[in-house]
Design a protein around this ligand. Sequence first.
Ligand code: EPZ
Length: 414
Amino acid sequence: MICVLGGRSLRGVVPISGAKNAALPAIIASLLTTEPVILHRVPRLLDVETAVRLVQALGKEVCWEKDTLKIWGGEKLSSEAPAELVQRMRASFLVLGPVLARTGLARVPLPGGCALGPRPVDFHLHGLSRLGARITFIDGAVLAEAQRLRGAIVYLDFPSVGATEQLLLAGALAEGETVVINPAREPELTNLTELLRKMGAEVTWNTDHVVIRGQEELGGAEHTLLPDRIEAGTYLLAGAITGGRVRAVNAEPRHLFALLDRLSCAGCEIDYGEDWIEVRGAQRPRAVDFRTWPYPGFPTDLQPPMVSFLAIAEGRSTVTETVYAARFGHVEPLIQMGAKIQVSGSVQIVEGVGELRPAAVEATDIRAGAALVLAALAAQGVSYVRGEQHLRRGYENMEGKLRGLGAQIWEEEG
Ligand code: EPZ
């Protein structure tokens, strides 16, 4: 478990790693070719290890050199994704399209992932069916078959990140043109598009749809992942919640404008340049309302850490979660730490309190874990956060980076 002696203002510079949610689809995109795909700025995370083991299990060769990952081979891809890897990480489901496109057959167990409420994959399956895949279900796994995928028009009922990635990957080797209406526009999609184009894919983004013109085959590429906007936002919020001054470097300010708007409304001072963002916390932040929304809206992945910050703000904040049905894993533990939060439907009403108290709490997903570490940094005394394996999934060297900002944080058995 992670131990935090809170109550100190964090100050200093924190380097931001490559984005987890760009690394995972990029690693899986290597299945589309047998030539080498070289990825730079790959964060060392449990989820990245899982994705690496997944493509190895399917037939790829992989080697690491510092934060560069080289993936090649897979002339003969397996069509079976190992259940224990897919159950561990929802993004594993993205192998369905590439494996199907390469081999004509794919069997992928229905995914596990975070406890954020039901997380169906109906949009993924709708899209692949539109491209001509025959989809059946056997023993909790999806079996997809298609001699050759054919491009089609696909409407997504919700701009799903995963379903859009699934269709970019499958469409890249389909015959003809795939048009995805209402696609996700997260920066990680832009990064994946850049990689696919380097591999020879033809992808054109328009205002309300993206067009993928399929190729016979794709080649290798060398590519650098974009900075992790959720990691950056988390550390900026660590500065805000402790009334400190934190500068995130090797970051992309444009990807965090929704957060910066609300931090500024809460009384924080914001500054940013080409590749850095700085937040100076207020003596006592003011309550703000926000709702999460697909990009460029307020990122749902920063909703739990932002609620920790609002838990000590002056006044009442209304937080509406519109992306997930139940992203409230942080609420109970925060209440244990003295927060006053009421949940009704998709809305959290947060009555700010003067301070949080240290406690022993349990993280149930990556971002709820981050929220609890931030709350512990603000609470005077020693807090214990169990479920640290969730943090290892999504934050590279979190303790080291927080210690670099002056936090007193360490790991103990327990
Ligand atoms: C990606 O998940 C991210 N994960 C999530 O980050 C992030 O919260 C999410 O996008 C939204 O931004 C990765 O990129 C690996 P969705 P994804 O498909 O693709 C529903 C983190 O902490 N839905 O955009 O799974 C779904 O249930 C993780 O880094 C369907 O109903 O998200 C959810 O309510 C957590 N049917 C909503 O859409 C589908 O077929 C958004 O899901 C697919 C999704």
